[in-house]
Ligand binder design. Structure first.
Ligand SMILES: [Fe+2]
Length: 236
């Protein structure tokens, strides 16, 4: 099944909310989802199989088409008729401490996955160049040292969560957040503007890697879209 067929099939399912829209991500200086409800899932910027062998096609189909789509549907259900209906997702995220758990989990889920798809891409260069390379080398000493620290954050996040490279006050740092929290949230221990993120929920890797999360993390470096990372750094 190719991507078009898959999306057609998906359109017939209850999780199809927004999956067929062509709306591009709306950029902002602090985040990436400036729209208000009803929230929609932007198209994946590449084919489901484009990240193989690092991330297999079926994982991407289920991850984007079921998990992410469900966060969007559940977020729309959760904000309906509440004060959050008129706020952009970026605004909701920044004051998430005031939101109920359904909005925190699904709003974070929508924001994080939208960000995640964009920082990956097929056949990307193995290492950053230019300003990102300079910033990483300046902060961590070398690209290898950065990968080691990011990998440690991703590996040691117990249970479900995300690993992040964030910028704050002109400095970079790595860390992780639990569940669907992210570093823009007011309740997060790790704070800053996300530059790069990695989903370490089992749904992101279990079909291909089973319990071997470190292998998934290692393979991630082959599909990082460093051009997008550079854009994120520039806006931070
Ligand atoms: Fe995920």
């Amino acid at each position: 099944m190719n991507r078009t067929d898959f999306l057609r099939t998906l359109a017939g399912s209850s999780l199809a909310v927004g999956a067929l829209t062509d709306r591009a991500f709306a950029g902002s200086s602090t985040g990436i989802i400036a729209e208000t409800a009803p929230f929609k899932q932007a198209p994946l910027p590449y084919d489901f199989g484009a990240l193989e062998p690092s991330i297999d096609k079926m994982t991407m189909e289920i991850h984007y088409g079921k998990h992410h789509a469900a966060y969007v549907k559940n977020l729309n259900d959760a904000v309906k008729g509440t004060e959050f209906e008129k706020k952009s997702l970026d605004e909701i995220i920044k004051s998430i401490g005031k939101a109920p758990a359904a909005i925190r989990n699904n709003g974070g889920g929508h924001w994080n996955h939208t960000f995640f798809w964009e920082v990956m891409g097929p056949k990307k260069s193995a290492a950053p160049t230019g300003a990102v390379a300079d910033a990483i080398n300046g902060q961590f000493g070398s690209f290898d040292k950065f990968k080691e620290e990011f990998g440690k954050a991703a590996t040691t996040r117990f249970g479900s969560g995300w690993a992040w490279l964030v910028a704050k006050g002109g400095k970079l740092s790595v860390g992780s957040t639990p569940n669907q929290d992210n570093p823009l949230m007011d309740i997060s221990d790790l704070k800053g503007t996300p530059i790069l993120g990695l989903d370490v929920w089992e749904h992101a890797y279990y079909l291909h890697y089973q319990n071997k999360r470190p292998d998934y993390i290692k393979a991630f470096w082959d599909v990082v879209n460093w051009e997008k990372v550079a854009e994120n750094l520039k806006k931070a």
